[in-house]
Design a binder for this molecule. Structure first.
Ligand code: PMP
Ligand code: GLU
Length: 397
């Protein structure tokens, strides 16, 4: 019996979470798996933030909060957007949610209906396409190759726009590629978008602080389109707070109100304690963020050296986030025993079952030529993981 709705039947599970779960299951069976699949900082949440949460518990911040979050938190985010990004958003233009994931989904569910098109440059984060499907829209995937640094050009954007285009999802720094759009590149996209006043831009900036080239740029900085940009961000990555579930969207008032209505009907406010913790994160001395960023940068360099030593992988240097996304298609068509590698999924399964290293197939991100590995883990884990990967890939003939 299948009692599920078409909406559910059409939805794919999250490949990142599925791979991470698979790796945990193997670990529970006693297999020594190194997990490079899920993307989350391995650091502990900074003490100042934890203390603020304890204080909030003790001071009984245990009641429902306004649906979009405490005003004090939205004020702190508004100040952050002004100070760090030069963006003016009143607290009323901000809504906090259960992670940036919910913020992206809220925005899509608020604006996308049956048949509406959403442009998504590939490689893209796994959940975007599925969220569009959930909203009964149509994802229009724009393939951006490794030779263009995985970034969409203005010409590609313009070619993908049709009268049905309702939104664009942009992610910079990017998961999975680590690519970062510079100001000129964003301006090029903004110039195209300025000609199409009905398109909403969802700008996912969750990796803002994991940037190795400096100077985060938001597409919301361009006055000609700012009224149509929804900036999504949160505390998961910058402050090592993935489990706390606190993200936000800053955008035009009409869209924030729509998300408020939607959220008010299905999840209400995000956790009151997480909100208090996030407020402390935005107000504290930001040096722990820089410490973590530096550690990621060091690991990025380590991993690039390790990957360079594997002849079949071709990797560009990521400018941000904590993933490498090497091209691995040189292994397609090769075999080891009765295992034949035909695509990135076969390769990810091979690496998991034979090398005991969990990664995520590029196909989950819309690029079957590549494979994603997170380097948000210790140097020792990274060295051992890439030693295993190198050894087991060399067996493929
Ligand atoms: N956007 C991107 C690109 C991500 O990689 C993630 C990671 N989960 C999210 C959004 C969601 O983050 P959060 O934990 O705040 O929901
Ligand atoms: N963003 C992370 C990843 O891509 C977390 C898992 C998820 O929510 O997809 O691995």
């Amino acid at each position: 019996m299948n009692q599920l709705s078409d909406r559910l039947n059409n939805l794919q599970p999250s490949a990142t979470l599925a791979m991470s779960q698979k790796s945990s299951e193997l670990k529970a069976q006693g297999v020594d798996v190194i997990n490079l699949s899920v993307g989350e900082p391995d650091f502990f949440t900074p003490d100042v933030i934890k203390k603020a949460a304890e204080k909030a518990i003790n001071e009984n911040f245990s009641f429902y909060t306004p649906v979009p979050g405490y005003m004090s938190l939205r004020k702190a985010i508004s100040d952050k957007l002004k100070k760090e990004n030069g963006l003016d958003y009143a607290p009323e233009q901000i809504i906090c949610s259960n992670g940036a994931k919910q913020s992206v989904c809220n925005a899509l569910l608020s604006i996308i209906g049956a048949g509406d098109e959403v442009i998504i440059p590939a490689p893209y984060w796994v959940s975007y396409e599925q969220m569009v499907i959930l909203a009964e829209g149509k994802a229009v995937i724009v393939k951006c190759s490794i030779d263009q640094d995985f970034k969409m050009t203005p010409a590609q954007l313009e070619a993908a726009i049709t009268p049905k285009t309702k939104a664009l999802i942009l992610c910079s720094p990017s998961n999975p590629t680590g690519s970062i759009y510079n100001k000129e590149e964003l301006k090029g996209l903004a110039d195209v978008l300025a000609k199409y006043p009905n398109i909403i831009i969802i700008s996912d900036e969750i990796y803002e602080h994991i940037n190795y080239i400096g100077g985060h740029q938001s597409i919301a900085q361009f006055a000609e389109i700012k009224e149509r940009v929804a900036v999504v961000n949160g505390v998961s990555k910058a402050y090592a707070m993935t489990g706390w579930r606190l993200g936000y969207m800053a955008g035009p008032l009409w869209l924030v109100k729509a998300c408020n209505k939607l959220q008010g009907q299905y999840t209400s406010n995000p956790s009151s304690i997480a909100q208090k913790a996030a407020e402390a994160a935005y107000l504290m001395d930001q040096s722990p963020v820089e410490e973590m960023r530096k550690a990621f940068e060091r690991r990025r360099d380590l991993v690039l050296n390790l990957v360079a030593d594997i002849p079949g992988l071709k990797c560009r240097k990521p400018d941000g986030a904590f993933y490498v996304f090497p091209e691995c298609k040189s292994y397609y068509g090769k075999s080891y025993g009765d295992r034949k590698i035909n695509n990135s999924e076969d390769l990810a399964i091979y690496l998991l079952e034979v090398a005991h290293v969990a990664s995520v197939s590029g196909s989950a991100f819309g690029d079957d030529d590549c494979i994603r590995m997170s380097y948000a883990t210790s140097d020792d884990n990274l060295k051992e993981a890439f030693k295993r990967i190198k050894e087991k890939l060399s067996l493929l003939k």
